[in-house]
Design a protein around this ligand. Sequence first.
Ligand code: HEM
Length: 482
Amino acid sequence: MTTTSMRPTAAPDIEQLPEPPLRRSTEIQGNILAAFNKDYMTFRYVRFPDDKGAGGRGWLSVMLNTVSVTEAVEDFNEEFSLSRRAYGQDPSLTATWVGVSLTFQGLLQVAREPEKVKQDLTHFGSFVKGADGMAASLGDEGTSGPESWLFGSDRTGVHAVLLVAADTEEALDEKLRNITAADSAHGVVLVHQDDGRTLTGDLRGHEHFGYKDGISQPGVKDFHREDRDNPGFRENRAGAVMVEPGEFVFGHKSESGNPPEGPKWLDNGSLQVVRRLRQDVSAWNDAVVREAGKFRPSGISPELLGACLVGRMKDGTPLAQGENPVTGVGPGRNDFTYENDGQGKLTPCAAHIRRTTPRRFEPTQRHRIMRRGIPYGPAYTRGNEDTDRGLMFVCYGTSLERQYEFVQRIWSNNPNFVPGTSGAPNGIDKVTGTIKQGDPGSPDARIALADGHEGTVSMDRFVRTTGAVYAFTPSITTLRRL
Ligand code: HEM
C-alpha cells in the first residue's frame, strides 16, 4: 500500500472537507458509525414483562427520548478532536450517550405482529437462534459455554441491551437513575449489568493483557469526511480501507453493490454482538514467559512473543513493516498489509490481528466488523489475580454469519485457514481462538521469525466467554413504530 506517499505535508482542515450524507444521520443510532468513545460504559441486559408487549413498548418509548443518534455523537467527536484536548481536560466538553438494541426474543415480545417478524427474519438464522444457540459452533463450550453465562443463555434470556456511556461516574449514575425508574414503571427486569471502564494511567486505551486496542477499524464511505489525497485522514488512520456503509447499516449500498437483504424496518439499523470476555491475565503472562523460553536456538523475550501473538507491541506499534518504508513506526500505525510477509516472519500467521483482518490476503472487505469494546474490571496487579476482568467486546455489522461469526469461526478458530502463503508456519489465534471439541487440527501456533528464531506455542486460551447476546439496534423510525 502506498497511500502515504500521496499524503500532503499539511493536513487539510477537517471542516473544509465535504460533509458526507451519513454523517448527518438522525436515524442511525450512535455507536454504530460514530463511536461512543467514553470512559464509562454500562451495559444493562433486561427482560420485558409477560404482558403482550405493553411493558416493553412503554419502556422503549421512554428510551426513544434518550437514545443518541449519529449526528450528535459525530458532532461531539469532531468537536472533541478539533479541540485537541486530552480526554477529560475540558469539563464543558462532555456528553452522555444511550443506545438500545433488541434480541430476537425481545422483538417478538414487543412486536404487534410477531408472526410477521418471524417471517421477515427467516434468513437471519444466527440472529434468530441467538448467541446461545450459536455458542457451540463458535467454540463457546465447557467453561465458556452458555450454562455458565451471566446473561444471554436460555436460562438468563435477554430482551433488550441498553448501553449508557458517559465521561464521569456522576453523569453515568444520573442517567442510570432515570433508566431504572423507567424499568420499574414498566415492569422491566434487570438480568445483569456490566460496568465497562477504560483503564487508567499507562494502560489508558489498552486492554487487560496490556496491548493498545481500538487502532484498526474499517473506514466507512459516505460517513467519514474524506480527503481523496489521503484516505482515512479524518480518522487519523492512513491505510484504513474505506468500505460501503451497507456492511454496517441496513438500507445502504454494501460491498456487493446492493443494500443487504432484509425487510424495510431493518433500514438504518445494525446487528450488534455483545460478548463478555473474561481475561486471565496472570495465566496469559505466565504462559507467554514459559513459551518464549522454549524458542530455538535460544529463547525470545516474552515481550516479543506477546507481540507475535497479538501482531502489535503493547504500545500498538505493529510488527508489520508496511510496504512503504517512509511510513515509520508508531503506536497509531495502520498502513500496512501482510503482502510482503507471506511466511509470517514479521507478523506470524497466528497473530490475533492477522487472523481477524488478513488485509490483502482476503480480496474483499466483506468480513469487516466495527468494534466498540471497552474493558471491565480493575487493572491486573499482583495480588488481585482472581478478580473478574476482561473485555466487553461489542461489534456491529449487517450479517452475523458473514462478519462476526466468520471472523471467529473461519479465521480465529480454524487451524486450516492460512493468512499467508501456502505452507507458512501457522496456528489458531491464541488470544481468542479455540478449536471446537472433537474437531481435527492442532490448537498450537508455529512461529518462525526473520531473525531465525522459531517455536511452537502451546498454550490454552485465556479468554473465556461469560455472557453473550445478539441484538438488533433499530433506527429511530423503527423504534418509534414498535
Ligand atoms: C484488534 C485484543 C477479542 C477482532 C485487536 C488488538 C488487540 C486486540 C490488542 C489490536 C488493536 C487494533 O488493531 O485495533 C483483543 C482481546 C480480546 C479480543 C484482548 C478478547 C479479550 C476479539 C474478538 C474479535 C476480535 C472476539 C472478533 C472475533 C479484532 C479485529 C481487530 C482486533 C477485527 C483489528 C485487526 C486489524 O484490522 O488489524 N484485538 N481482542 N477481537 N481484534 Fe481483538
